[in-house]
Design a protein around this ligand. Sequence first.
Ligand code: CO8
Length: 260
Amino acid sequence: MAFKNLEVKIEEGITTLTINRPQVLNALNRETVEELGKAIQDLGDDENTRVIIITGAGEKAFVAGADITEFKGMTPVTALEFTRKVQSVFLQIERLKKPVIAAVNGYALGGGLELCMACDIAYSSEKARFGQPEIGLGIIPGAGGTQRLSRLVGKQRAKELTFTGETIDAAEAYRIGLVNKVVPAEKLMAEVKSLAEKISSKGAIALEMAKSAIEEGYDLDLYSAHALEAKAFALLFATEDQKEGVSAFLEKRKPLFKGR
Ligand code: CO8
């Protein structure tokens, strides 16, 4: 899996994707978005990947948004094509059967915050800053930001961030529920890896069912969402991992899940 703007490191079930354009604060140009989509698709089927971490190269940025240089000369037709492409890649992350963790090591702005919000869990460095600055460019968030931000932090906070374009620090991002945890910059990757290891020791099918029940149930009415949960719960009783989990508990030992 070799890419120009994306570094892929697979180690012991945990794969780290590093957006690698530090000279432009890891801004997402079309090529990088294509590469990210391809990597996510391939890793979905990769037996050596149980959990994915997404981060940015360098010390300054996670992703500082879409590559603004590509907006010059963009027409409504090409803008529509671009936003649909980015939206589909971020939805692909959300729908992937494996957990995806954002390690936000710096600026997460515009498309960068939208990428962070599409991940299942986000840990942030104390140095990171978050925002949807698109309004300052005369546009609006176009990679799911108007939708995911309001769902995560509430409509009024989402409107304030989107209308002003102002950035907030990591402590405020944590306070309003944008990230799960804030840690010192030098500890970020170790903390994220330890979380990834904890998750990767669980059963892959149960993880997939938990993720899809939360994602698919989120926008359903409570009754339909309960029905969805019940089916996912019941299906897990067909797995070896379920039998192993229960046996291990009864035998007072650690379970060894095989993803079967
Ligand atoms: N696009 C292109 N280049 C960028 C971007 C970007 N988003 N962000 C930074 N760069 C470049 C700078 O131009 C600069 O290049 P050069 O060295 O050649 O001058 C280099 O990166 C370093 O940046 P700065 O010198 O500006 O660094 P500062 O520390 O002074 O400032 C900031 C850091 C505050 C992050 C500043 O760079 C900035 O404001 N960047 C733009 C942030 C922004 O507006 N992002 C939103 C973009 S729009 C968007 O994301 C829409 C999303 C919807 C569609 C699809 C999403 C993928």
